[in-house]
Write a protein that binds this ligand. Structure first.
Ligand SMILES: [Mg+2]
Length: 126
């Protein structure tokens, strides 16, 4: 099965401004385990692509935060998660039926606990 992880950048990734707790190695490992990875941020798409270059990783998608629904339409998967540090991240996830982690939760790599063969998306709570 396919599980998509959408990373906010500023306040979430270590290469963000401000830096967040999700390191490049965590993103790389998510990729290696088989997650579909990409970014969804208020940064211009060109800047997002540069950050992926700096991480030496190829994202499946880069997206504006208000286009999380487009990410869903264009990337078939069995479950979708977004993570970020702002209310706008939470709302974008909620509006588009993504699961959600706050950046500090994402830094614990909750996705590594998933069974990639049998997984139901964890719904957004609160
Ligand atoms: Mg942010």
């Amino acid at each position: 099965m396919a599980i998509l992880l959408s990373f906010d950048i500023d306040g979430t990734l270590e290469l963000g401004d401000p830096p967040g707790g999700v390191t490049t190695e965590m993103v790389r490992k998510a990729r290696d385990v088989g997650f579909i990875i990409g970014s969804c941020s208020d940064k211009p798409l060109s800047v997002q692509r540069k950050i992926w270059e700096d991480m030496e990783l190829t994202p499946a998608f880069v997206s504006a935060k208000h286009q999380l629904g487009k990410v869903r339409r264009e990337n078939p998967a069995d479950a979708y998660y977004h993570m970020g540090d702002r209310d706008t991240d939470y709302m974008a996830a909620k509006d588009n039926n993504f699961g959600f982690w706050w950046a500090h939760e994402a830094a614990e790599q909750p996705w590594l606990e998933f069974d990639m063969n049998n997984h139901e998306q964890i719904p957004i709570t609160t």
